[in-house]
Design a protein around this ligand. Structure first.
Ligand SMILES: *Cc1c(COP(=O)(O)O)cnc(C)c1O
Length: 828
């Protein structure tokens, strides 16, 4: 092991890497690979060349363990989990792979000696933005934890040609650009054409009786070739390399030959090719919102059918066991209802291809599938019109119909005559297929993603299902990988933690609790303060480069970064900023700690209301940032194109974490956990995992405000809230709302009328006005608390100390033992 001159990663270094014996070995290989790959010498190459070189080197070194991991899983017959998700928001992989391979120091040193800056190479990697937000990022954190805990588990997803759109701000409005992330070759993927499978769409089904058996003959369908691209998932300091398999849609060979056999058909072929490729063309940009488009249903079935076929193919290749025991060998995890077609697709394969009878197939299926619910928002519920579904997936529809009939019959036997109950629970009703119902009925486990969310599922939203299947319901509070969100994004903080409590927390994040005894330690507090200030300076610099806005690093960095959604209430945040500005306009000498409000948020392109809020934030920012009268006490920054790599820059610099959703609406949140782990204090409602953060740190180390979920749900059920009453009684609220219409922001007067009317005429569905007063009060507490830096730092350290619970390693251990029934497997 060599001594590192890179203080950032010094304390994270546990043992010498076995990939590069030393710095010299690395440098030699780097220069050679660069020459081989790009035919360039060191002084001719660009950062992209360097990035590609380093990425290629790392991937090829990983391949040895990748091969042995696969081989050993297969030979041992170990049970494996397959995490099916329409989204994997992976972000960048270079640094996280390097951390996990323990080569950060040696590579850093080597590059430095070659005169190359690692950070700038790292910036060349295009984020893999194959997800919208929390749900997709959760899937990515889970993959990291599965591999790091040496668990046999893989991701199954779609290789979208375009990830989540790139957001630009033009005159304060969001504009969307396509995210063509594959412009450069993606160094981490390997195309596996040899593992391609066919997926069928459309056509019709003929039912025949042959020797007394009913056979289903699917005819006149269109075949799509599904080609997998594999990405290695590297475990932290172990030899496990799992697989993220992403599927790409291509014209099938037979159709290709048929269509292109003569010139006349050539143009038909091009059209056909385009329509096939559209299946994996782009990610739907809606977060927590159902888009009932045929192409989306195609994507879902494409993922599920390709994924299942390839898993079952490899299962059959390696064992002579019957699929009878499938549940001992595999669990298929259904991440939200998007891949719920696993249930009927597995039934189809077992019955039509493998010859099982219904009962046997159903038993295998329901022992093998597990489902996670991510939201109770009604607008997010997936309900497919029967006609669209049946036309696209005729055989699958027949199976869903049969599942529904049998389920309803069972219910009828238990609750004869209870029509309402049965139609509430049915999978097909009112000409719609309810995907959540299909997922619950077809799975042995149904979990929520935070304690409160699971309770709401059991006691309210899914109470009828809970009554039928109480044993299926369980909670798995979400988590985040502390490797990406602390060790990689905040290396200095990580070093100071290790200096104080040793390095065991790295493998046992719960050990962070040892920091509690340093909470009042002046020397440790000073280090925490220094790290935060350093991170704030870096972010301030970034902000200046990106926006031209100059922010004061001694101001409170108050951050809300997440998707833009009415329920997340960015609007409450803006109203508070407008109120602060109004106070400062009245008296610029008002006693307050200067604040910098930082936003990052993408709105779904069709979500008009959310886009208005973006415009409002930018409009307010423009007024506030350019008013010399308030003496720079207030700054508002909107950073465009919020993404994983941007989150990694922002979160370590935050003092205050805004987690202010309407109670009961945010299932868990994971942003809240990232901030906590980086020492920000939360201002939040008792919603999602905020409740558990509050339980961990105690009332004095978090700023809780607003209605409880109980109160919110009671208002929804029984009424009793009148937004206009608050407008009438609270002059602060009245002023702010009136400013939306009076052109205060220098805008034309109709710009924000929709916001005004949503609040006053539609009675403020998300209780923005109701929670306003208590939110302002909580912010006053933040201001007062921040002035006592010793107290603030103590709270900050207490938060870091209790954040170990929110490592996704904890979450994944729970999934592994309580749902999946898998155990660590040591790859040799
Ligand atoms: C963590 C994360 C999210 C989820 O944030 P929430 O505050 O939980 O909604 C969304 N987008 C990105 C890029 C993230 O890293």
């Amino acid at each position: 092991m060599r001594v590192s001159n890179n203080e950032n990663h010094e304390a994270l270094k546990i043992e010498g890497s076995n990939i590069f014996a030393d710095k010299q070995t690395f440098m030699k290989e780097f220069v050679q690979t660069l020459a081989t790959n790009s035919s360039k010498a060191l002084d001719e190459a660009s950062s992209i060349d360097f990035y590609n070189t380093l990425g290629t080197m790392i991937r090829s070194h990983v391949s040895k363990n990748w091969i042995s991991t696969n081989k050993q899983y297969n030979q041992s017959g170990e049970k494996q989990v397959y995490y099916f998700s329409m989204e994997f928001l992976m972000g960048r992989l270079l640094q996280s792979n390097m951390l996990n391979l323990n080569i950060l120091s040696v590579v850093n040193e080597g590059l430095e000696e070659l005169g190359i800056n690692f950070a700038s190479i790292s910036e060349e990697e295009h984020d893999a933005g194959l997800g919208n937000g929390g749900l997709g990022r959760l899937a990515a954190c889970f993959l990291d934890s599965i591999a790091s805990l040496q668990l046999p588990g893989h991701g199954c997803g779609i290789r979208y040609k375009y990830g989540l759109f790139e957001q630009k701000l033009i005159d304060g409005y969001q504009v969307e650009l396509p995210d063509y992330w594959l412009k450069e070759d993606y160094v981490w993927e390997v195309r596996r054409s040899d593992r391609s499978v066919n997926v069928r769409f459309g056509g019709y089904v003929e039912t025949k009786v042959v020797d007394g058996d009913i056979l289903f003959d699917h005819k006149n369908y269109e075949t799509v070739l599904a080609v997998p691209y594999d990405v290695p998932v590297v475990g932290f300091e172990n030899k496990t390399v799992n697989t993220l398999r992403l599927w790409s849609a291509e014209p099938s060979n037979s159709e290709q030959d048929f269509h292109s056999s003569n010139r006349e058909n050539y143009y038909k072929f091009l059209n056909y090719k385009r329509s096939i490729e559209s299946i994996s063309e782009f990610l739907y940009p809606d977060d927590s919102h159902f888009e009932g488009k045929k192409l989306r249903l195609k994507q879902q079935y494409f993922l599920v059918s390709a994924g299942l076929q390839s898993i079952l193919n490899s299962y059959k290749r390696r064992s002579n066991q019957s699929l009878q025991d499938l549940h001992d060998k595999a669990t298929f995890h259904i991440n939200d209802t998007h891949p719920a077609l696993i249930v009927p697709e597995l039934m189809r394969i077992l019955m039509d291809d493998e010859g099982f009878g219904w009962d046997e197939a159903w038993e295998i299926t329901t022992k093998t599938c597990a489902y996670t619910n991510h939201t109770t928002l009604v607008e997010a519920l997936e309900k497919w019109p029967v006609s669209l579904f049946q036309e696209l997936l005729p055989r699958i529809y027949m199976i869903v119909e049969e599942i529904n009939e049998r389920f309803c019959r069972e219910l009828w036997a238990k609750h004869p005559g209870e029509y309402d109950r049965i139609s509430d629970l049915a999978i097909i009703a009112h000409n719609q297929i309810r995907m959540a119902h299909l997922a619950i009925v077809g799975s042995f486990s149904v979990n929520g993603v935070a304690k409160l969310h699971t309770e709401i599922l059991k006691q309210r939203e899914m109470n009828n299902f809970y009554t039928v299947f109480p044993e299926k319901f369980n909670n798995k509070t979400n988590g985040i990988t502390h490797r990406r969100w602390l060790m990689n994004s905040n290396p200095k903080l990580s070093s100071y933690i290790t200096e104080a409590i040793g390095q065991r927390w790295i493998k046992q994040p719960r050990d962070l609790i040892g920091l509690v005894k340093y909470a009042k330690d002046a020397a440790f507090q000073e280090k925490i303060a220094k790290v935060k200030l350093d991170n704030k300076l870096i972010l301030a610099d970034y902000i200046k480069n990106k926006t031209g806005i100059i922010v004061d690093e001694h101001s409170i960095f108050d951050v809300q970064v997440k998707r833009l959604h009415a329920y997340k209430r960015q609007l409450l945040n803006v109203f508070h900023i407008m109120e602060l500005y109004n106070l400062l306009r009245e008296n610029p000498n008002i006693d307050m700690v200067p604040r910098t409000f930082i936003f990052g948020a993408k709105a779904a392109p069709s979500y008009t209301f959310a886009k208005k809020i973006i415009k409002l934030i930018n409009t307010v920012a423009n007024v506030v940032n350019n008013d010399p009268y308030i003496q720079g006490k207030l700054k508002v920054v909107f950073l465009e194109n919020y993404s994983v790599s941007m989150a990694e820059k922002i979160i370590p610099a935050a003092d205050v974490s805004e987690q202010i959703s309407t109670a009961s609406k945010e299932a868990s949140g994971t942003g809240n956990m990232k901030f906590m782990m980086n020492g920000a204090l939360t201002i939040g409602t008792l919603d999602g995992a905020n409740v558990e953060i509050h339980d961990m740190v105690g009332n004095e180390n978090i700023f809780i405000f607003g209605l409880t979920s109980e109160q919110v749900l009671n208002y929804y059920n029984y009424g009793g809230y009148v937004a206009r009453d608050i407008y009438n009684c609270d002059p602060r609220v009245r002023t702010v709302l009136d400013q939306l219409l009076d052109g205060f922001c220098g805008n034309d007067k109709v710009e924000f009328k929709d916001i005004y009317y949503q609040i006053l005429s539609n009675n403020d569905e998300y209780f923005v006005l109701k929670d306003f007063d208590s939110y302002v009060e909580a912010h006053q507490k933040v201001d007062l608390n921040y002035r006592d830096q010793k107290e603030w730092l103590k709270k900050s350290i207490i938060n870091i100390a209790h954040s170990g619970k929110f490592s996704s390693d904890r979450t994944i251990s729970e999934y592994a033992t309580e749902i999946w029934g898998i155990r660590p497997f040591l790859v040799e």
